[in-house]
Design a protein around this ligand. Structure first.
Ligand SMILES: C[S@@+](CC[C@H](N)C(=O)[O-])C[C@H]1O[C@@H](n2cnc3c(N)ncnc32)[C@H](O)[C@@H]1O
Length: 246
């Protein structure tokens, strides 16, 4: 049986994604510097983790997401967002119709050159492109080293698109694009997470969500058995990259 491609695996774990993934720090959105009357696009919106912050700040939020299962959660949780089926490579919006484009933990899945051309098309001159990534930093309390060791043993070597982000290689895709004046910002935050939510977090990790059902469920049973506490404290950091469109 063929495994689900990594980029589509989120649709197999939409509810668990919503439960286990952290929210976005509001300060990261505010640092982009758009006014309250802005029209903004949340690209690769998933279950709307970022859209819910955007609707609390901007006049109009359009959330574009390719996977139906993710959109179903998004529509239920963030009713004030306008949810559209689409992708970064084919954005269902007219030219120069957005003041800001946000991508929260989604940009690494895009075909960068095609996506940048589309983002440049829908953004007005002077508009902002904000690319956010959140990653755990520092140890979880209480420690979950046993879970990490277990997952390292199971993870098969495969190219994950985040490796191009970690290496900085992805910024090369911006050369020749109409985006400049890059600002890089960091926002640390803490997630208080229950045992079931921690398990949901791991179920939503793309390579685990992509496993065949039996293999995935057996692995998550093992993870659950290693999580001995009822509450955890995870330290995260949001990396924010913000460009202006010329
Ligand atoms: C890690 S989730 C992030 C979801 C959400 N932005 C958040 O803040 O939680 C990545 C999302 O990107 C979407 N995605 C993958 N490839 C995409 C593409 N080419 N265009 C737009 N979205 C894409 C996935 O369907 C998934 O919902």
């Amino acid at each position: 049986m063929t495994r689900t491609p990594l980029s589509r695996s989120f649709g197999r774990a939409a509810d668990r994604y919503e439960s286990g993934r952290p929210d976005w720090p509001e300060a990261a959105v505010d640092a982009v510097g758009l006014s309250a009357d802005s029209v903004v696009l949340d690209l690769g919106a998933g279950t709307g983790k970022l859209s819910r912050v955007l609707v609390s700040r901007y006049a109009r939020v359009i959330a574009v997401e390719p996977l139906e299962a993710m959109r179903a959660v998004l529509e239920a949780v963030v009713p004030d967002a306008e949810v559209l089926e689409g992708s970064a490579e084919k954005i269902p919006m007219p030219d120069h119709s957005a003041d800001g484009v946000f991508a929260g933990d989604s940009f690494h899945w895009f075909d960068k050159r095609r996506a940048l051309a589309e983002i440049a098309r829908v953004l007005r001159t002077g508009g902002a492109l904000a690319v956010f990534f959140s990653r755990p930093i520092g140890p979880t309390e209480p420690a979950i080293d046993g879970v990490h060791e277990l997952l390292e043993r199971h993870r098969r070597p495969r190219e994950h698109p985040m490796t191009r982000i970690d290496s900085g290689e992805w910024l090369e895709d911006f050369s020749g694009s109409p985006f400049d004046t890059l600002r890089e910002l960091r926002f640390p935050f803490v997630q208080e997470i229950s045992h079931p939510q921690m398990l949901d977090y791991f179920a939503s990790v793309s390579w685990i969500a992509a496993l065949e059902s039996d293999e995935r469920d057996a692995l998550l049973d093992e993870v659950g058995a290693l999580l001995l506490d009822t509450m955890y404290r995870r330290s995260w950091e949001t990396l924010a990259y913000v460009w202006r469109r010329r």
